[in-house]
Design a binder for this molecule. Structure first.
Ligand SMILES: Cc1cc2nc3c(=O)[nH]c(=O)nc-3n(C[C@H](O)[C@H](O)[C@H](O)COP(=O)(O)O)c2cc1C
Length: 322
Protein backbone atom coordinates (compact mmCIF):
# COMPACT_ATOMS: atom_id res chain seq x y z
CA UNK A 1 0.00 0.00 0.00
CA UNK A 2 1.78 3.14 -1.19
CA UNK A 3 -0.92 5.67 -0.28
CA UNK A 4 0.47 8.10 2.35
CA UNK A 5 -1.09 7.63 5.79
CA UNK A 6 -2.43 11.20 5.69
CA UNK A 7 -4.69 10.26 2.74
CA UNK A 8 -6.07 6.97 4.06
CA UNK A 9 -9.80 6.99 4.74
CA UNK A 10 -10.12 10.59 3.55
CA UNK A 11 -11.72 10.03 0.14
CA UNK A 12 -15.03 8.75 -1.24
CA UNK A 13 -13.37 7.89 -4.56
CA UNK A 14 -9.59 7.43 -5.00
CA UNK A 15 -9.16 10.59 -7.06
CA UNK A 16 -7.73 14.08 -7.22
CA UNK A 17 -9.58 16.86 -9.05
CA UNK A 18 -6.60 18.08 -11.08
CA UNK A 19 -5.60 21.76 -11.08
CA UNK A 20 -6.74 23.66 -14.19
CA UNK A 21 -5.69 27.17 -15.17
CA UNK A 22 -8.69 29.57 -15.25
CA UNK A 23 -11.02 26.66 -14.37
CA UNK A 24 -10.26 25.50 -10.80
CA UNK A 25 -11.47 28.29 -8.51
CA UNK A 26 -12.61 27.95 -4.87
CA UNK A 27 -16.21 26.85 -5.69
CA UNK A 28 -14.89 23.83 -7.61
CA UNK A 29 -12.19 23.09 -5.02
CA UNK A 30 -14.59 23.12 -2.06
CA UNK A 31 -17.27 21.16 -3.96
CA UNK A 32 -14.68 18.45 -4.70
CA UNK A 33 -13.40 18.29 -1.12
CA UNK A 34 -16.95 18.21 0.26
CA UNK A 35 -17.65 15.28 -2.10
CA UNK A 36 -14.58 13.38 -0.84
CA UNK A 37 -12.28 14.07 -3.79
CA UNK A 38 -9.04 16.06 -3.39
CA UNK A 39 -9.68 19.57 -4.74
CA UNK A 40 -6.66 21.26 -6.32
CA UNK A 41 -6.10 24.65 -7.96
CA UNK A 42 -3.09 26.32 -9.63
CA UNK A 43 -1.74 29.14 -7.42
CA UNK A 44 -1.76 31.52 -10.40
CA UNK A 45 -5.57 31.33 -10.65
CA UNK A 46 -5.57 33.61 -7.60
CA UNK A 47 -4.28 37.02 -8.68
CA UNK A 48 -2.40 38.72 -7.08
CA UNK A 49 -0.68 36.79 -4.27
CA UNK A 50 -2.89 38.44 -1.61
CA UNK A 51 -5.83 36.71 -3.25
CA UNK A 52 -4.15 33.33 -2.77
CA UNK A 53 -4.03 34.06 0.95
CA UNK A 54 -7.72 35.05 0.92
CA UNK A 55 -8.74 32.00 -1.14
CA UNK A 56 -6.98 29.63 1.24
CA UNK A 57 -8.59 31.28 4.26
CA UNK A 58 -12.00 30.93 2.56
CA UNK A 59 -11.47 27.29 1.56
CA UNK A 60 -10.34 26.37 5.09
CA UNK A 61 -13.37 28.11 6.62
CA UNK A 62 -15.79 26.46 4.17
CA UNK A 63 -14.43 22.96 4.80
CA UNK A 64 -14.31 23.47 8.57
CA UNK A 65 -17.96 24.60 8.55
CA UNK A 66 -18.92 21.60 6.42
CA UNK A 67 -17.12 19.24 8.82
CA UNK A 68 -18.92 20.81 11.79
CA UNK A 69 -22.32 20.53 10.08
CA UNK A 70 -21.68 16.97 8.83
CA UNK A 71 -19.41 15.24 11.35
CA UNK A 72 -19.76 11.89 9.55
CA UNK A 73 -18.99 13.26 6.07
CA UNK A 74 -15.86 12.24 4.17
CA UNK A 75 -14.16 15.57 3.47
CA UNK A 76 -11.04 15.38 1.32
CA UNK A 77 -7.96 17.58 1.76
CA UNK A 78 -7.45 20.61 -0.48
CA UNK A 79 -4.35 21.16 -2.55
CA UNK A 80 -2.38 23.95 -4.25
CA UNK A 81 -0.48 23.46 -7.51
CA UNK A 82 2.74 25.51 -7.60
CA UNK A 83 4.55 26.31 -10.83
CA UNK A 84 8.17 25.89 -9.82
CA UNK A 85 9.71 27.29 -13.01
CA UNK A 86 12.49 29.88 -12.40
CA UNK A 87 10.69 32.39 -14.64
CA UNK A 88 7.66 32.43 -12.31
CA UNK A 89 8.01 35.55 -10.10
CA UNK A 90 5.20 34.38 -7.82
CA UNK A 91 6.88 31.15 -6.84
CA UNK A 92 8.71 32.41 -3.70
CA UNK A 93 5.93 34.64 -2.25
CA UNK A 94 3.25 32.05 -2.95
CA UNK A 95 5.29 29.24 -1.42
CA UNK A 96 5.44 31.35 1.75
CA UNK A 97 1.65 31.70 1.73
CA UNK A 98 1.21 27.95 1.19
CA UNK A 99 3.52 27.29 4.15
CA UNK A 100 1.75 29.83 6.37
CA UNK A 101 -1.56 28.02 5.70
CA UNK A 102 0.02 24.57 6.07
CA UNK A 103 -1.76 23.38 2.92
CA UNK A 104 -2.04 19.59 3.35
CA UNK A 105 -1.04 18.65 -0.22
CA UNK A 106 1.06 20.59 -2.75
CA UNK A 107 1.51 19.60 -6.38
CA UNK A 108 4.57 20.91 -8.21
CA UNK A 109 5.01 21.21 -11.95
CA UNK A 110 7.56 22.54 -14.44
CA UNK A 111 10.71 22.60 -12.32
CA UNK A 112 12.85 21.05 -9.57
CA UNK A 113 10.62 20.45 -6.53
CA UNK A 114 13.44 20.39 -3.90
CA UNK A 115 12.68 23.75 -2.30
CA UNK A 116 8.94 23.02 -2.04
CA UNK A 117 9.55 19.57 -0.57
CA UNK A 118 11.84 20.97 2.15
CA UNK A 119 9.39 23.76 3.06
CA UNK A 120 6.23 21.61 3.04
CA UNK A 121 7.83 18.71 4.92
CA UNK A 122 8.74 21.10 7.75
CA UNK A 123 5.04 21.39 8.67
CA UNK A 124 4.18 17.78 7.83
CA UNK A 125 2.48 18.36 4.43
CA UNK A 126 2.78 16.20 1.33
CA UNK A 127 4.32 17.10 -2.03
CA UNK A 128 3.33 15.30 -5.23
CA UNK A 129 5.19 16.07 -8.47
CA UNK A 130 3.53 16.19 -11.88
CA UNK A 131 5.65 14.28 -14.44
CA UNK A 132 5.04 13.22 -18.03
CA UNK A 133 7.83 10.69 -18.49
CA UNK A 134 10.06 8.29 -16.55
CA UNK A 135 13.07 10.62 -16.70
CA UNK A 136 11.17 13.41 -14.89
CA UNK A 137 9.74 10.82 -12.51
CA UNK A 138 13.22 9.64 -11.49
CA UNK A 139 14.32 13.21 -10.77
CA UNK A 140 11.23 13.92 -8.65
CA UNK A 141 11.71 10.63 -6.77
CA UNK A 142 15.37 11.50 -6.07
CA UNK A 143 14.30 14.95 -4.82
CA UNK A 144 12.15 13.31 -2.13
CA UNK A 145 8.62 13.60 -3.55
CA UNK A 146 5.84 11.92 -1.55
CA UNK A 147 3.99 11.05 -4.73
CA UNK A 148 4.43 11.07 -8.49
CA UNK A 149 1.60 12.22 -10.73
CA UNK A 150 2.06 10.55 -14.11
CA UNK A 151 0.12 12.33 -16.82
CA UNK A 152 -0.12 10.16 -19.91
CA UNK A 153 -1.47 10.46 -23.42
CA UNK A 154 -4.79 12.11 -24.22
CA UNK A 155 -4.73 14.37 -21.16
CA UNK A 156 -6.18 17.86 -21.08
CA UNK A 157 -3.60 20.65 -20.74
CA UNK A 158 0.03 19.86 -21.44
CA UNK A 159 0.04 16.16 -22.22
CA UNK A 160 2.53 13.44 -22.88
CA UNK A 161 2.16 11.21 -25.92
CA UNK A 162 3.04 8.11 -23.89
CA UNK A 163 0.28 5.60 -23.22
CA UNK A 164 -0.78 5.25 -19.58
CA UNK A 165 -0.32 1.47 -19.88
CA UNK A 166 3.36 1.92 -20.60
CA UNK A 167 3.98 4.98 -18.39
CA UNK A 168 2.67 3.49 -15.14
CA UNK A 169 4.46 0.19 -15.53
CA UNK A 170 7.72 1.92 -16.52
CA UNK A 171 7.60 4.13 -13.42
CA UNK A 172 6.59 1.24 -11.17
CA UNK A 173 9.89 -0.47 -12.12
CA UNK A 174 11.73 2.01 -9.87
CA UNK A 175 9.03 3.73 -7.75
CA UNK A 176 7.08 1.97 -5.02
CA UNK A 177 5.71 5.17 -3.46
CA UNK A 178 2.38 6.83 -4.12
CA UNK A 179 1.57 6.99 -7.83
CA UNK A 180 -1.24 9.07 -9.31
CA UNK A 181 -2.32 8.45 -12.89
CA UNK A 182 -3.83 11.12 -15.14
CA UNK A 183 -5.03 11.52 -18.70
CA UNK A 184 -8.44 10.67 -20.21
CA UNK A 185 -10.01 9.48 -16.95
CA UNK A 186 -13.69 10.45 -16.86
CA UNK A 187 -15.52 7.65 -15.04
CA UNK A 188 -15.28 5.18 -12.16
CA UNK A 189 -14.35 2.29 -14.46
CA UNK A 190 -11.25 4.16 -15.55
CA UNK A 191 -10.43 5.06 -11.93
CA UNK A 192 -10.48 1.35 -11.07
CA UNK A 193 -8.44 0.55 -14.19
CA UNK A 194 -5.79 3.04 -13.03
CA UNK A 195 -5.55 1.13 -9.74
CA UNK A 196 -5.31 -2.23 -11.49
CA UNK A 197 -2.42 -0.83 -13.54
CA UNK A 198 -0.58 0.08 -10.34
CA UNK A 199 -1.73 3.59 -9.47
CA UNK A 200 -3.00 4.63 -6.03
CA UNK A 201 -5.14 7.52 -7.20
CA UNK A 202 -6.62 8.90 -10.42
CA UNK A 203 -5.97 12.48 -11.56
CA UNK A 204 -9.02 13.97 -13.27
CA UNK A 205 -9.17 17.32 -15.06
CA UNK A 206 -11.43 17.56 -18.14
CA UNK A 207 -14.33 15.67 -16.52
CA UNK A 208 -14.50 18.27 -13.71
CA UNK A 209 -14.18 21.15 -16.18
CA UNK A 210 -17.71 20.31 -17.34
CA UNK A 211 -19.38 20.68 -13.94
CA UNK A 212 -21.68 23.34 -12.52
CA UNK A 213 -19.02 24.63 -10.10
CA UNK A 214 -16.13 24.94 -12.59
CA UNK A 215 -15.07 28.46 -13.56
CA UNK A 216 -14.94 27.62 -17.30
CA UNK A 217 -17.20 29.76 -19.48
CA UNK A 218 -20.57 28.17 -20.25
CA UNK A 219 -19.68 27.98 -23.98
CA UNK A 220 -16.49 26.09 -23.05
CA UNK A 221 -18.43 23.55 -20.96
CA UNK A 222 -20.93 23.14 -23.80
CA UNK A 223 -18.09 22.58 -26.29
CA UNK A 224 -16.64 19.83 -24.09
CA UNK A 225 -20.06 18.12 -24.08
CA UNK A 226 -20.68 18.60 -27.82
CA UNK A 227 -17.22 17.64 -29.11
CA UNK A 228 -15.60 14.25 -29.55
CA UNK A 229 -11.98 13.16 -29.86
CA UNK A 230 -11.92 14.00 -33.58
CA UNK A 231 -12.45 17.66 -32.57
CA UNK A 232 -9.15 17.77 -30.65
CA UNK A 233 -5.72 18.71 -31.94
CA UNK A 234 -2.45 17.85 -30.15
CA UNK A 235 -0.19 20.76 -30.95
CA UNK A 236 2.82 22.69 -29.63
CA UNK A 237 2.00 25.81 -31.72
CA UNK A 238 -0.17 27.46 -29.08
CA UNK A 239 1.72 27.39 -25.78
CA UNK A 240 5.06 26.09 -27.02
CA UNK A 241 4.51 22.70 -25.37
CA UNK A 242 2.34 19.91 -26.75
CA UNK A 243 -1.21 20.11 -25.45
CA UNK A 244 -4.68 19.01 -26.57
CA UNK A 245 -6.97 21.80 -27.79
CA UNK A 246 -10.58 21.95 -28.97
CA UNK A 247 -10.58 22.67 -32.71
CA UNK A 248 -13.84 24.69 -32.73
CA UNK A 249 -12.30 27.11 -30.19
CA UNK A 250 -9.40 27.64 -32.60
CA UNK A 251 -11.43 27.86 -35.80
CA UNK A 252 -13.69 30.63 -34.42
CA UNK A 253 -10.59 32.87 -34.27
CA UNK A 254 -9.93 32.26 -37.97
CA UNK A 255 -6.91 30.02 -37.35
CA UNK A 256 -6.32 27.11 -39.71
CA UNK A 257 -4.32 24.54 -37.71
CA UNK A 258 -3.29 22.66 -40.86
CA UNK A 259 -1.63 25.81 -42.25
CA UNK A 260 0.50 26.61 -39.18
CA UNK A 261 4.28 26.60 -39.68
CA UNK A 262 6.38 24.23 -37.54
CA UNK A 263 7.52 25.51 -34.16
CA UNK A 264 11.16 26.64 -34.21
CA UNK A 265 13.67 26.04 -31.37
CA UNK A 266 13.67 29.76 -30.44
CA UNK A 267 9.90 29.39 -29.84
CA UNK A 268 9.01 31.45 -32.91
CA UNK A 269 6.40 29.90 -35.16
CA UNK A 270 3.79 29.94 -32.39
CA UNK A 271 0.33 31.08 -33.41
CA UNK A 272 0.20 34.87 -33.72
CA UNK A 273 -3.31 35.92 -32.71
CA UNK A 274 -5.19 38.26 -30.43
CA UNK A 275 -6.88 35.20 -28.94
CA UNK A 276 -5.25 34.03 -25.73
CA UNK A 277 -4.42 30.39 -25.20
CA UNK A 278 -6.39 28.91 -22.25
CA UNK A 279 -8.72 31.97 -22.06
CA UNK A 280 -9.97 31.89 -25.69
CA UNK A 281 -8.37 28.77 -27.16
CA UNK A 282 -9.59 25.95 -24.99
CA UNK A 283 -7.97 22.73 -23.89
CA UNK A 284 -9.60 19.37 -23.18
CA UNK A 285 -8.46 15.75 -23.13
CA UNK A 286 -9.62 12.52 -24.78
CA UNK A 287 -11.93 12.01 -21.80
CA UNK A 288 -14.47 14.17 -23.67
CA UNK A 289 -15.44 11.01 -25.57
CA UNK A 290 -17.79 10.06 -22.73
CA UNK A 291 -18.66 13.47 -21.26
CA UNK A 292 -22.30 14.21 -22.07
CA UNK A 293 -23.47 16.54 -19.31
CA UNK A 294 -22.56 19.35 -16.92
CA UNK A 295 -23.61 17.99 -13.51
CA UNK A 296 -23.00 19.39 -10.05
CA UNK A 297 -19.82 17.97 -8.52
CA UNK A 298 -21.74 16.13 -5.76
CA UNK A 299 -23.88 14.33 -8.36
CA UNK A 300 -20.84 13.44 -10.47
CA UNK A 301 -18.89 12.23 -7.43
CA UNK A 302 -21.76 9.90 -6.47
CA UNK A 303 -21.80 8.55 -10.04
CA UNK A 304 -18.01 8.02 -10.03
CA UNK A 305 -18.25 6.19 -6.69
CA UNK A 306 -21.04 3.87 -7.98
CA UNK A 307 -19.11 3.10 -11.20
CA UNK A 308 -15.92 2.52 -9.20
CA UNK A 309 -17.67 0.05 -6.90
CA UNK A 310 -19.19 -1.77 -9.89
CA UNK A 311 -15.75 -1.99 -11.50
CA UNK A 312 -14.23 -3.34 -8.26
CA UNK A 313 -16.74 -6.21 -8.37
CA UNK A 314 -15.66 -7.41 -11.84
CA UNK A 315 -14.43 -11.02 -11.53
CA UNK A 316 -11.38 -12.32 -13.44
CA UNK A 317 -11.89 -13.34 -17.10
CA UNK A 318 -13.97 -16.45 -17.76
CA UNK A 319 -11.42 -17.27 -20.45
CA UNK A 320 -8.85 -18.20 -17.82
CA UNK A 321 -8.88 -21.91 -17.01
CA UNK A 322 -9.30 -22.58 -13.29
C1 LIG B 1 -8.08 23.63 -19.14
C2 LIG B 1 -6.96 22.95 -18.43
C3 LIG B 1 -6.05 23.69 -17.71
C4 LIG B 1 -4.98 23.06 -17.05
N1 LIG B 1 -4.13 23.83 -16.29
C5 LIG B 1 -3.16 23.21 -15.55
C6 LIG B 1 -2.34 23.96 -14.66
O1 LIG B 1 -2.48 25.17 -14.50
N2 LIG B 1 -1.38 23.29 -13.95
C7 LIG B 1 -1.20 21.93 -14.09
O2 LIG B 1 -0.31 21.37 -13.44
N3 LIG B 1 -1.97 21.21 -14.93
C8 LIG B 1 -2.94 21.81 -15.64
N4 LIG B 1 -3.76 21.06 -16.45
C9 LIG B 1 -3.59 19.60 -16.49
C10 LIG B 1 -4.40 18.90 -15.39
O3 LIG B 1 -3.93 19.24 -14.12
C11 LIG B 1 -4.34 17.36 -15.56
O4 LIG B 1 -3.02 16.92 -15.72
C12 LIG B 1 -5.15 16.88 -16.75
O5 LIG B 1 -6.34 17.62 -16.87
C13 LIG B 1 -5.49 15.39 -16.64
O6 LIG B 1 -6.03 14.90 -17.84
P1 LIG B 1 -7.60 14.93 -18.20
O7 LIG B 1 -7.93 16.36 -18.53
O8 LIG B 1 -7.66 14.07 -19.41
O9 LIG B 1 -8.37 14.42 -17.05
C14 LIG B 1 -4.82 21.66 -17.13
C15 LIG B 1 -5.77 20.91 -17.86
C16 LIG B 1 -6.83 21.53 -18.50
C17 LIG B 1 -7.85 20.71 -19.23
Amino acid sequence: MSLPAALRNTLSVPAIGAPMFLVSFPPLVTALCRAGIVGAFPHVNARPSEQLDAWLTGIEADLAAHRRAHPDATVAPHCVNLIVHRTNPRFEPDLEIVVSHEVPLVITCLGHPGKVIAAVHRYGGLVFCDVINAEHARKAAEAGADGLICVGGGAGGHASSQSQFSLVREIREFWDGCLVLGGSISDGWQIRAAEVLGADLAYIGTRFLATAESNAQEAYKRMVVDCSVKDLVYSDRFSGVHANFLLPSIARHGIDVAALPPKRPDMTGLVDTEAKVWRDIWSAGHGIATIHDVPAVAELAARLAAEYRAACAVPPSAAVAV
